[in-house]
Design a protein around this ligand. Structure first.
Ligand SMILES: [Mg+2]
Length: 216
């Protein structure tokens, strides 16, 4: 292990891909939404997929990316209702509850920090029952900037007064980790195993965590 838990007072955790199986979101955005878009607008599957993916690409790294109201409007679909229709597919990564209990046992401050929109966040908290493990749950929609931007961490620190040099962050998005590093967050881990349906990934710039047991 690359650090001592005594040095860590705050643990900031991403939600999708980090605590939850990203397969839910991948299936939703890459399969279900293009299918519904094709049906709604009378397009072929291939044409719908092409159009929808082009629209996604234009919003990458912005708050619109995870803003379901934006996407309902942009695509002419009821995104919340569609999410609700597949809520049974929301899964927590297998070792996550054990890790959250471990953190509780150590008395760490545990904060969920996600780019997820509040409505999706609420659905996922309801479905998984994880909410009781966190001292705070923060959506970047409340901070005014996505986690890929320095501003997000500045506003978060004003809100929850964490000390970056005593903080550990796990995220499956390297751009988020890079912004957190620029802000001075000291212990950064890239979650390499984000989806049960994809091969695990690595990253050259950050220590890679496949399973939370590696931190326990
Ligand atoms: Mg994530």
């Amino acid at each position: 292990m690359l650090f001592s838990w005594e040095e860590v007072h705050w643990v900031l955790l991403d939600l999708d891909g980090t605590l939850l199986d990203k397969h839910f979101d991948d299936y939703f955005w890459e399969t279900l939404v293009p299918e519904e878009f094709a049906r709604r607008h009378g397009l072929s599957a291939a044409a719908a997929r092409h159009e929808v993916f082009a629209r996604y690409q234009r919003q990458e790294g912005t708050l619109n990316w995870t803003d379901i109201d934006f996407w309902s409007e942009e695509l002419g679909l009821d995104i919340p209702a569609l999410k609700e229709s597949i809520r049974h597919l929301i899964e927590v990564h297998p070792e996550v509850e054990e890790f959250l209990q471990f953190l509780r046992g150590l008395g760490k401050k545990v904060v969920l920090v996600t780019n997820a929109h509040w409505r999706v966040l609420n659905l996922k908290m309801e479905q998984t029952g994880l909410v009781g493990y966190f001292d705070q749950v923060v959506s970047s929609f409340d901070l005014g900037a996505p986690k890929e931007e320095l501003a997000c961490w500045q506003v978060l620190q004003q809100r929850i007064a964490f000390q970056p040099e005593h903080t550990l962050l796990v995220d499956d998005n390297a751009e988020v980790l890079a912004a957190a590093r620029r802000y001075g967050i000291r212990y950064l881990f890239f979650k390499g195993m984000s989806s049960s349906q994809l091969a695990p990934g690595g990253h050259p710039d950050f220590p890679v965590l496949m399973n939370f047991r590696e931190l326990m």
